[in-house]
Design a protein around this ligand. Structure first.
Ligand SMILES: CC(C)(COP(=O)(O)OP(=O)(O)OC[C@H]1O[C@@H](n2cnc3c(N)ncnc32)[C@H](O)[C@@H]1OP(=O)(O)O)[C@@H](O)C(=O)NCCC(=O)NCCS
Length: 152
């Protein structure tokens, strides 16, 4: 199934999917309120009307957006769903005219496959760190930063 824009009805399933991995400290948790507020950022993939994968493109500045909350249900991993969702986010960034897309992740190998380049976290602008105060790991961040240059 291709990646589609999420609808408000997907929020509950996105919440369960993301927090399944967050409970295992594999990604950051998201509240249902945050998902509702940012529902327009999300793409989903479905099987049998169930959300089995999600990813979000969040605009940070005129030339910068972040890919967040990338999750694929365990039984559907390594089947190309993650790649399709990232491609959908990158296509939207291009349509918006945003030149740089970044990710902070515990899965740098996956993003490297998607042609992202690893960078020093400190090269990313301070503005993006506002969320970090809420992270259970703050200030001992062990996420890896990767960026993708969009041809706009
Ligand atoms: C990381 C994750 C999103 C990957 O999604 P996926 O649907 O399994 O990935 P895909 O099948 O689309 O893989 C695309 C490519 O990346 C590779 N890949 C997938 N996961 C990888 C990983 N963890 N490390 C290195 N490469 C990886 C695949 O082999 C594939 O390469 P290929 O094109 O040469 O065959 C998924 O495993 C997941 O949801 N994990 C748990 C949550 C998580 O860690 N999210 C990351 C946000 S911090």
């Amino acid at each position: 199934m291709p990646a589609e824009k999420a609808t408000i009805k997907d929020a509950g399933q996105i919440h369960r999917l993301v927090n399944f991995f967050a409970d295992r400290s594999e990604m950051l948790p998201r509240s249902l309120a945050e998902i509702y507020e940012n529902i327009r950022d999300f793409f989903v993939a479905r099987e049998d009307d169930q959300v089995i994968a999600c990813a979000a493109l969040h605009v940070a500045w005129s030339d910068l957006a972040e890919i967040k909350s990338t999750a694929v249900a365990e039984e559907y991993q390594r089947k190309g769903y993650g790649a399709r969702l990232i491609e959908a986010c990158l296509k939207e960034a291009k349509e918006l005219g945003i030149e740089t897309v970044f990710s902070l992740t515990y899965q740098p190998g996956f993003f490297a496959k998607m042609r992202f380049q690893e960078v020093d976290k400190m090269t990313l602008p301070r503005k993006i760190w506002t969320e970090c105060y809420r992270c259970p790991k703050f200030p001992d961040c062990d996420e890896v930063a990767l960026v993708y240059k969009v041809e706009v």
